[in-house]
Design a protein around this ligand. Structure first.
Ligand SMILES: [Zn+2]
Length: 385
């Protein structure tokens, strides 16, 4: 056995084999028009193939089957690659009132960064199980909308590559050009899909995955009074970092004060945390960033508060502890040792719980007019001198 292969057996979700799901458990699913059951359409051979190459998708489908009473699952799009079909799932929980604040959690935009999908699926499993017995959580969920898209790029994940099935980097694909120098290749380029970070063709439509996400943004996220997003990635730096727009220019965004308030709320509440909270432009500029694009859309439609964040899990620390991991492509973006994998799955649960509570209670911490001025000055001295 190749010991460099990731071992997912520590994931409690993975303990349940797909073949163990009883037909009773599947029954409510088949009756619901909004809950797709693509898993039952797959041959045993294809299930084995998916279990090896994209176990995260099977784990997510298992949760959809196990907890139909708590969630609404929807396949936004079916992607076709290598003669297989790949559903692009969204999962919605909680309030569907359009006055409810909303938390959107996304992961797996880059197919190599599968740890982000795994963290979201682990958090979702805990949440769904707690909803069976925790009345406090049930009350919370009744007042907030929670939307998850844990596997934004299933074809890329299946193929074990950063880009999607067309060789396009989904987070360089939005129609925005950087206002300044970007890193060679990494900032996005149009040389072709044979190199990573390819933006797609000039003046072309966004990729189907991004159009599906955009549709969901307009239906469920950008029309709410308050929406927070955490998009999970891995592979940059030693520390876990939370980045916010802009990626395309080195100027503060309009609602920078909201971000400073959220950063301070987190730091006051969890003073022993290790996350670094910064605008992405402090690190590098890039073309085609999706969250810049959606942020500008939220401004255009005068959404009062839209706060997208990217969680960059610092995989270099995993490499430092196990340097030969650098020779394994998956090892650059994912923890390889079983104990470290389990620790990463645990370590972000608190942050995601906090984001849910902060969304629900946004009126209790968003700054007023007077505070906004002070917090904007704070942002300038921290990041934009
Ligand atoms: Zn990424």
């Amino acid at each position: 056995m190749n010991t460099d292969e990731p071992n997912y057996t520590t994931d409690p979700v993975a303990e349940l084999s797909t073949t163990n799901v009883s037909t009773e458990a599947l029954a409510p699913l088949q009756e619901s028009a909004s809950t797709p059951d693509q898993s039952s359409l797959r041959s045993a051979e294809l299930r084995r193939d998916f279990k090896q190459k994209i176990p995260e998708l099977l784990q997510l489908e298992r949760l959809i089957r196990q907890y139909p009473q708590h969630l609404n699952a929807h396949s936004e799009l079916t992607l076709h690659a290598r003669h297989h079909e790949f559903p692009l799932y969204s999962i919605t929980l909680g309030s569907n009132a359009n006055t409810a604040p909303t938390l959107l959690l996304t992961g797996g935009m880059h197919g190599l960064e599968r740890i982000g999908s795994q963290v979201l699926i682990a958090w979702l499993q805990t949440l769904l199980e707690r909803l069976n017995w925790d009345s406090h959580l049930q009350q919370q969920l009744a007042q907030v909308q929670l939307v998850l898209m844990p596997i934004l790029n299933p074809v890329g994940m299946y193929l074990n590559q950063r880009s999607n099935g067309n060789g396009v980097d989904l987070n360089r694909n939005a129609p925005i050009n950087a206002d300044g120098d970007v890193p060679l290749l990494g900032g996005g380029h149009r040389l072709g899909p044979f190199l990573p970070w390819y933006r797609g063709r000039k003046n072309g439509r966004m990729e189907a995955e991004n159009i599906a996400l955009e549709k969901l943004m307009h239906a469920q996220i950008l029309n709410r009074p308050f929406a927070l997003v955490v998009d999970l990635h891995s592979g940059f730096g030693m520390r876990d970092q939370l980045w916010f727009p802009y990626a395309y220019r080195k100027k503060p965004i309009h609602n920078i004060a909201d971000y400073v308030a959220l950063k301070m709320l987190w730091e006051r509440t969890y003073p022993n945390h290790t996350y670094i909270f910064e605008p992405q432009s402090v690190h590098y500029l890039s073309h085609g960033d999706l969250w810049d694009y959606f942020y500008l859309q939220s401004r255009a439609q005068q959404q009062p508060h839209f706060l997208p964040l990217t969680l960059e899990m610092g995989s270099w620390a995993w490499i430092k502890k196990r340097p030969r991991q650098i020779f394994n492509m998956a090892g650059l973006f994912n923890p390889q040792m079983q104990h470290r994998h389990a620790r990463v799955l645990r370590s972000h649960l608190l942050l995601l719980d906090f984001m849910l509570a902060a969304t629900l209670n946004y009126r209790n911490w968003l700054p007023d007019e007077k505070q906004r001025g002070i917090l904007s000055q704070t942002a300038n001295s921290l990041w934009f001198r």
